[in-house]
Every structure is written in structure tokens, then in C-alpha cells.
Design a protein around this ligand. Structure first.
Ligand code: PGA
Length: 256
């Protein structure tokens, strides 16, 4: 097995005020602030970035991430946030192309690609999300769709840039539903993703790129999912909103 360091990220979605986020991050730091077994990322809403940044300031292994970004550097884009602003707020990572962005805000692979390029150009590490709906899975279209999402979302990136990219496979039918993909189902898709990365960027990049699983990850299923050969961590929604439970996921997801 390739020597990829696990990365566990918490996607808080549209939850937590500044004060609530700070309290959650502080409680989380008490649990795993000194844990070094894997990379950890907290992705609060924009308005809580500053509070979480302060709370994790002393925890070297916990990084800050945002949930979305605009691809332009500045200008008349009401309501949007730039890469430079996220860097200024202390972010190291940004989630791009989450299925909720694709579903409710019409984000497509070419927009994901623009955002990924902008993030990388500005020094942010993108967590690029892919995944199929239940309809697509039932119709046998998962492999084709996920390969297209990878090829489209990562088009034109260099091998050097790929060293800063994290991919997250999140089957839409498993997000927030309590219905997790089985480790075998997840591994199968992660294998396709790694194979697509190999076609696009060659074996060295494919072997080094970290691919997270996301979709109803909880402490009790993390170890088995992250124990699969091509699963290198987790992107966690609901279960990242509770400090102790998310810390348990972090500990379970570390595999070197
Ligand atoms: P969930 O969400 O863990 O609540 O299923 C995962 C995600 O959407 O990133």
C-alpha cells in the first residue's frame, strides 16, 4: 500500500454561529489538539472562520478550511468570497464541488475546475468532491460519471499542483442519510478514481493523491472504511458537529 497520510476533514455546512463554532473547536482541540496520527481539517461556515482560527491556533496538526470559494480574485460578485480572502482568514484548504453545491447551486465540472485552479494558484489546497446520485448508481452509471467528474474537475492541472489536491468521493445517496456505502462499494469507486488519476497524471501522482470517503461517516464505521487500500481519510458532515464523536473518528481514521 502506498504511504499516504490519512486526512480527516469536518464539513460543518451551514451550522454554528461564531460563538458555537469556537466552543466546538475548543472542545475538539482538547480531544485531539496534540494528536499527530493524521491530518485534520475543520471547515466551518465563512462567518466562523475567525473564531475557529483562534481556537485551533495552538494545535499544529489542525488546519482551517472553507466550504466554497469563487474563482475570481476580486470584483463585482456580490455574496462571493475569493481565494485571497480565505488565505487572509487563515484557511489552508477549501472544499470544492460538494454535491450540495452541485445540486442546489448548479455547480458543474467546468466551474469546479476553475475554482480548483484558482485555489491552487492562490496557495489553497482544494478538496475536490465527486460522487453519484442513487439514480445514476441504480442505472449502473457510477464509474462513468465519477471518471468524468475527475477528468473535468482536475483538467489541466500539473503533476506538481496535484500534490496539493485532495479528492473526496461522496456518494450523494449516502450524505446525511445514515446510509453509508459499504467498505467494498467505496473501495471499488476509489479504485476507479485512482485509475482515472493514473490515466490523467501518471502512476506517481495517482499513487500519492489522497482520496477521502464521505457520506454518513461515524466513529463506528471509520476504521473499516479507512482500512481499505484506496481510502485515505474521510470528509465528515453531521458527525463532525460533536467534539468527542469527531475526535473518535479522527483517531479511528489515522493509518499512518
Ligand atoms: P454526512 O455529510 O457525513 O452528514 O453524511 C458528508 C458531507 O456531505 O461532506
Amino acid at each position: 500500500m502506498a504511504n499516504r497520510r490519512s486526512i480527516i476533514a469536518g464539513n460543518w455546512k451551514m451550522n454554528k454561529t461564531g460563538a458555537e463554532a469556537r466552543a466546538l473547536a475548543e472542545a475538539f482541540v482538547k480531544e485531539v489538539g496534540a494528536f499527530s496520527g493524521c491530518d485534520i481539517v475543520l471547515c466551518p461556515p465563512f462567518t466562523a472562520l475567525e473564531a475557529v482560527r483562534a481556537a485551533i491556533a495552538g494545535a499544529k496538526n489542525i488546519a482551517l478550511g472553507a466550504q466554497n470559494v469563487h474563482f475570481e480574485a476580486s470584483g463585482a460578485y456580490t455574496g462571493e468570497i475569493s481565494v485571497g480572502m480565505l488565505k487572509d482568514a487563515g484557511c489552508a484548504y477549501v472544499i470544492i464541488g460538494h454535491s450540495e453545491r452541485r445540486q442546489y447551486f448548479a455547480e458543474c465540472d467546468s466551474l469546479v475546475n476553475k475554482k480548483a485552479k484558482a485555489a491552487l494558484a492562490g496557495g489553497l489546497k482544494p478538496i475536490v468532491c465527486v460522487g453519484e446520485t442513487l439514480d445514476v448508481r441504480d442505472a449502473g452509471g457510477t464509474e462513468k460519471l465519477v471518471r468524468a467528474q475527475i477528468a473535468g474537475g482536475l483538467a489541466g492541472l500539473t503533476a506538481e499542483q496535484m500534490a496539493s489536491v485532495v479528492v473526496a468521493y461522496e456518494p450523494v445517496w449516502a450524505i446525511g442519510t445514515g446510509r453509508t456505502a459499504t467498505p467494498a462499494q467505496a473501495q471499488e469507486v476509489h479504485g476507479w478514481i485512482r485509475d482515472e488519476l493514473k490515466k490523467l497524471f501518471g502512476p506517481a501522482v495517482a499513487g500519492a493523491t489522497r482520496i477521502q470517503y464521505g457520506g454518513s461517516v461515524k466513529a463506528s464505521n471509520t476504521a473499516e472504511l479507512c482500512g481499505q487500500p484506496d481510502i485515505d481519510g474521510a470528509l465528515v458532515g453531521g458527525a463532525s458537529l460533536e467534539a468527542k464523536g469527531f475526535a473518535d473518528i479522527v483517531r479511528a481514521g489515522a493509518k499512518g
